[in-house]
Design a protein around this ligand. Structure first.
Ligand SMILES: Cc1cc2nc3c(=O)[nH]c(=O)nc-3n(C[C@H](O)[C@H](O)[C@H](O)COP(=O)(O)OP(=O)(O)OC[C@H]3O[C@@H](n4cnc5c(N)ncnc54)[C@H](O)[C@@H]3O)c2cc1C
Length: 157
């Protein structure tokens, strides 16, 4: 123990423990978009994990939804399998994000769609298209694709 450092105590079926810090590793859940069609197509074209499901989308055009490092990392990984990855990162990346964004900008298989939000995921048994709303002018557009990867973070369980 470091003198003066606060001690944490915990109780368990194995007895009581005292430590300087506690690491909670009780898992996490992927955040959902919460748009119509999302629950319906999970496992039918919607995934939350590129390393888990990426190879299943070989040769398909997929969208990566998200504006952070994880979305760009997913898109970079998917560009190995998918024919085209689409995503929409924010226009002002933090400096720690510059390197990873820089890598993705040069990839011809990754196309960025800016200032759009997904309003609905549509399909016919499997995912077929995204309905997008432009956040600047409210214009609705449709993006046809073969898969959707949602990468908008996770929350601790
Ligand atoms: C269907 C599916 C397929 C996946 N496929 C892949 C894949 O192919 N490749 C890949 O890299 N990743 C894959 N993943 C993701 C991978 O499973 C997770 O990234 C990984 O398991 C996370 O590990 P973790 O230890 O953080 O959490 P978890 O594996 O969720 O472990 C959390 C543990 O904490 C325990 N726990 C919860 N609450 C408490 C509590 N109060 N007290 C004590 N213990 C508690 C739980 O019982 C559990 O054992 C997949 C996930 C899913 C759901």
């Amino acid at each position: 123990m470091v003198p003066g450092q606060k001690q944490q105590s915990g109780h368990s079926s194995e007895g009581d423990f005292i430590a300087e810090s506690v690491i909670i590793a009780s898992g996490s859940q992927f955040r959902k978009l919460g748009v119509p069609g999302e629950d319906k197509f999970v496992g039918k074209g919607i995934s939350y994990c590129a390393t888990c499901d990426g190879p299943l989308f070989k040769g398909k055009t997929v969208a990566v939804i998200g504006g952070g490092d994880s979305a760009v990392t997913e898109a970079l990984y998917l560009s190995k399998f998918a024919s085209l990855s689409k995503g929409h990162p924010p226009s002002q990346p933090a400096s720690s994000q510059q390197d990873i964004r820089g890598k993705s900008y040069g990839r011809t298989k990754i196309e960025f769609i800016w200032d759009n939000a997904v309003t609905e995921i549509e399909g016919d048994g499997v995912v077929k298209q995204l309905r997008l709303k432009n956040t600047r002018n409210d214009k609705i557009s449709v993006l046809e694709l073969g898969g959707v990867f949602v990468a908008i973070g996770s929350k601790a369980q």
